[in-house]
Design a protein around this ligand. Structure first.
Ligand SMILES: Cc1cc2nc3c(=O)[nH]c(=O)nc-3n(C[C@H](O)[C@H](O)[C@H](O)COP(=O)(O)OP(=O)(O)OC[C@H]3O[C@@H](n4cnc5c(N)ncnc54)[C@H](O)[C@@H]3O)c2cc1C
Length: 308
């Protein structure tokens, strides 16, 4: 194919995406390509669009369940990692930086701490990239991207690079105008994030506190984080546990025995098993409590049902 020849020698054909997701689940990508520079990302997306090959942007693979059928077309793994601190503005207590969309959140949180930039401590234990966090409005401990992002640079469906202000993203709980893009039209390239100045030691101490809270409440292992959104006034984990499903298994997919909103790949699970487990949890909770749990993660790939 002319496209594969143009993409260079880092690409792999039929790459198992289970190697690129936190759940260790996911069938093959027709074409998989890691990209390390924003200009290259723009070039690759433009090229794929010219060849009418579908693209999928993969960040850390921390919030998606890719079906066993995998993804058709080109999967671009975002490894862009540049961080540019912006000079302080006279008279302003705010500081900002511009991060590539492939920057890994915990790495960015630690860099902010070293620079004395406060406001991103919550991200120290959140896996994934800035791009995924912009799309999902990732957050923790009462803060989120909506409170941190000033503007995002996007590649538009027409191939233009445009900076959009945070309001454009229409943020809500773990969602944005960019989530559930049936065909990836907007690609997040970079993000400007805003912080206040603080002593690095104080920032480090807050991050240590968040890490400890996470360790005591969340099970380790191959998961996608929280499976369902918390329904208004309740917790998905509480409902699943009250429905008697803690520890319930389909094959090698298991609802955590520690936190019922975490679903594990115990090793060798299939996405089909995981999807069956999701559907059982939704059905049993609905039958018992008349609450329909909505997915927080995104199911993507061949034969995926419409989400959420
Ligand atoms: C153990 C664990 C704990 C977690 N804890 C939290 C938590 O506390 N808070 C929280 O909010 N989340 C949490 N999550 C979920 C996850 O970390 C976040 O949703 C994160 O933002 C996902 O980023 P990602 O780069 O992995 O996105 P991916 O899963 O790779 O992608 C998610 C979606 O974003 C799209 N996307 C990714 N990058 C781009 C881009 N550059 N341009 C356009 N679209 C893009 C993808 O196509 C996909 O549709 C947790 C996950 C795990 C595994």
């Amino acid at each position: 194919m002319a496209l594969t020849a143009a993409l260079g020698d880092r690409l792999r054909l039929d790459e198992p995406l289970a190697n690129h997701t936190t759940s260790r689940l996911g069938g093959p990508a027709d074409i998989w390509l890691p990209v390390s520079h924003v200009d290259k990302l723009v070039e690759v997306v433009t090229l794929a669009r010219q060849h009418q090959v579908p693209i999928f942007m993969l960040g850390g693979g921390a919030n998606i369940l890719i079906t066993d059928g995998g993804l058709r077309g080109l999967v671009i793994e975002n490894r862009t990692r540049r961080i540019d601190l912006q000079p302080p503005q006279p008279g302003s207590a705010q500081r900002s930086l511009i991060a590539d969309s492939g920057v890994v959140l915990p790495n960015l949180a630690r860099r902010c701490a070293r620079e004395g930039l406060s406001g991103f401590e919550w991200a120290v234990g959140v896996p994934g990239t800035v791009g995924g966090a912009v799309v999902n409005n990732a957050g923790a401990y009462g803060r989120d991207m909506a409170a941190t992002l000033v503007r995002a640079e996007l590649l538009s469906p027409d191939g233009e690079r445009v900076w959009q202000p945070v309001a454009w993203l229409k943020y809500d709980y773990r969602t944005s105008s960019l989530k559930w893009q049936a065909h990836l039209e907007w690609v997040v390239l970079r993000a400007e994030l805003q912080f206040t100045s603080a002593a690095p030691e104080a920032i480090e101490a807050r991050m240590t506190g968040f890490n400890e809270r996470r360790k005591s409440s969340q099970p380790p292992g191959a998961t996608m984080g929280s499976m369902f959104k918390n329904p208004p006034g309740d917790y998905a984990g509480r409902l699943i546990e009250a429905a008697g499903l803690k520890g319930y298994r389909v094959g090698q997919a298991q609802i955590s025995t520690v936190h019922a909103n975490f679903f594990h790949n115990l090793g060798g699970a299939t996405s089909t098993e995981m999807i069956e487990l999701i559907e059982i949890a939704q059905q049993v909770v609905e039958d018992k409590f008349n609450v329909r749990l909505e997915l927080e993660i995104e199911v993507v790939g061949e034969s995926a049902k419409p989400t959420p």
